[in-house]
Design a protein around this ligand. Sequence first.
Ligand code: GDP
Ligand code: IMO
Ligand code: MG
Length: 431
Amino acid sequence: MALVVIGAQFGDEGKGKIVDLFAETADLVVRYQGGNNAGHTLVTNGKKTVLHLIPSGILRSHTLNVIGSGVVVDPEVLLHELSDLETGGVHVTPAQLKISDRAHVILPYHKRLDLAREFRRGSLAIGTTGRGIGPAYEDKIARRGIRMVDFIDRPRFEALFLARMAEINEYLATLPAGSGFGAFVQSEIDEIFHRYAEHAKKVAPFVADTGFLIDEQWRAKKRILFEGAQGALLDVDHGTYPYVTSSNTTAGGAITGTGLSVRAIEHVVGVTKAYATRVGAGPFPTELKDALGERLRSAGGEFGATTGRPRRCGWLDAPALKYAVRTSGVTTLAVTKLDILTGIDPIRVCVGYRVDGGELGTVPACTEKYARCEPVYRDFAGWTENLSKAKKLSDLPQNARKYLDAMTEMAGVPIGWVSVGPARDEVIALS
Ligand code: GDP
Ligand code: IMO
Ligand code: MG
């Protein structure tokens, strides 16, 4: 049985918390796309752990954690994350973590390219995380990437690395002097190759044919939990292009990013905040650029788990949520951060858009048009009670329950979980 957890907004919906919660009954937790642009926060026994690459099942000792072929892996980040976990008392063995031999590797030149491309875009910059994600996926699609299987084979790695480095240097040399993104000099190239060749030795024990392994587990009727990164509106095909990430964040990525049968997926949980946030550039019609936006940011601790950037905050965008539900086949919603809306009255939800003299009920393909959309709001009465101790639906104030009912109606799918605080146990399971 396979269940996919996806972000149903622009990322940072609280996927890490929900995956950690579900991991209690999962045999495998699998990341299938993205890379260390993700930042997934887990709070267990008052201790906070932020994961970027390693699946959020790692804090449950019985789960096998898999990084699938669709993920782009920065070996240096991976090794840091393993050592940070070790410092925090979590020792990860190759028996607990498997990395696909087909996953592509992020190298220092991808990061420099990422920053250089952003520099060249000027005012049209995407606001990437600068982690080399886009350029690593570009190399993959252009059939010039380096996969784990090549990375851990030193002569192959050397040949592929030097060839690609030479091409990238030709491009970097064309950038204006003083831009800070110039070509790599020979001493840097030598140093990077030797450093990464050492990383490869440490990573090698974790590398496996994960497609085969996941299929075997599925046939053995094990419970597979797919952990999405980013959010549906950042999907390279279905998101607010070009202000997106470079992978398929929607549920289909779980299949293409692992090689498992499409028949395996039975449930898709879409995680959404009770309001909305976005990091980086791109349209966000319900953004609040006023004191209320500031209030959501400070109450919700809305600062990027990866880059520390302040997140843009705003009201829930119901047509965007519905779009996420459709493009991922979401069967159930998990609503997070309901507690942050305490004390806000009225609470507004965008139920449609006004644009170019007409009305629109869904996210348009034209990103400039989406940016011009004026939200049509429906208002809900707020509540003042602290929600963090609520354990069942009836513990919630009536207005909070009405708000959840409206979310169900607007999204067209039921809510299965309501999160009322960052901790593992601050959650209400419905039904
Ligand atoms: P992810 O990328 O989707 O895993 O989400 P992030 O970890 O980047 O951001 C979500 C943030 O909200 C983290 O700091 C979580 O600890 C926190 N969080 C998750 N659920 C809740 C909730 O229900 N209430 C509150 N107050 N915080 C939450
Ligand atoms: P999690 O998994 C929120 C955003 C970046 C930028 C765009 C492209 O924690 O939800 P990239 O570095 O991927 O090329 O940047 O995508 N972005 C995220 N925003 N949460 C994330 O991950 C994100 N990963 C990338 O801010 O706008
Ligand atoms: Mg995050």
